[in-house]
Write a protein that binds this ligand. Structure first.
Ligand code: URA
Ligand code: SF4
Length: 214
């Protein structure tokens, strides 16, 4: 199965998934989007209000800020794959619970395996914990480390930096380092730069069923 096919399959499974309670309040699942061969993958926490409405990641206020941060790194959304550790919105934006993270992890792990990015940028404490459990984000943000054959860079969540202006210079500086870190990762992994490819958008809804008059 190609990476595009795998991502499509995961998106279809997620859209009807009932493996944890978060499906109960889901309007639209947010599987993630970006090129199937992205060199950098961003992993946020979970859909918020606007993401749940639209079925797309980071489309609210923190998404606008993320766009600015990507620009800071010379990147656009077309260059990167953006996903979350849980694909359905936690009620009132509470933290995802351990059993929800566990239930949802096969989807994210499948996406990572299919995309095979050189760098994973975790956004916020929850997705950082997937890779560096128990770490303090204040001490390791912006630092790149090799984990299981790829590189992981924990960063602050854009929403945290929006609410705590004191964090802004740090998150801006961390994003500004990303191009150099990408070159470092490419060299370490022996990967040449890849060309930009097709963007994965959320799956189209199935054809509406023809309504019978009887
Ligand atoms: N916050 C996240 O962590 N993920 C989103 O998709 C949107 C906001
Ligand atoms: Fe399934 Fe993940 Fe949604 Fe839970 S959050 S219902 S595991 S897709």
């Amino acid at each position: 199965m190609s990476a595009v096919e795998t991502l499509d399959r995961i998106a279809r499974e997620v859209s009807v998934c009932t493996k944890c309670v978060l499906h109960e309040s889901r309007k639209k699942a947010v599987t993630g989007e970006g090129p199937a061969d992205a060199e950098i993958m961003f992993i946020g926490e979970g859909p918020g209000f606007h993401e749940n409405e639209q079925g797309r990641p980071f489309v609210g206020a923190s998404g606008k800020f993320l766009d600015q941060l990507l620009e800071q790194a010379g990147l656009t959304r077309a260059d990167v794959f953006i996903a979350n550790v849980v694909k359905c919105r936690p009620p009132a934006n509470r933290d995802p619970q351990p059993e929800e993270l566990l239930a949802c992890s096969e989807y994210l792990d499948g996406q990572i395996e299919a995309i095979n990015p050189s760098i994973i940028v975790t956004l916020g404490r929850v997705s950082m914990s997937k890779y560096v459990p128990g770490a303090k984000i204040t001490s390791i943000h912006g630092q790149m480390r090799q984990i299981n054959g790829r590189f992981v860079i924990p960063m602050y969540h854009p929403a945290a930096a929006l609410h705590q202006p004191a964090l802004r210079p740090s998150i801006l500086a961390d994003f500004a380092k990303l191009p150099d870190q990408l070159n470092e990762a490419r060299a370490a992994l022996g990967r040449p730069m890849v060309e930009k490819k097709k963007i994965m958008l959320p799956p189209k809804p199935e054809k509406p069923q023809q309504l019978s008059l009887f």
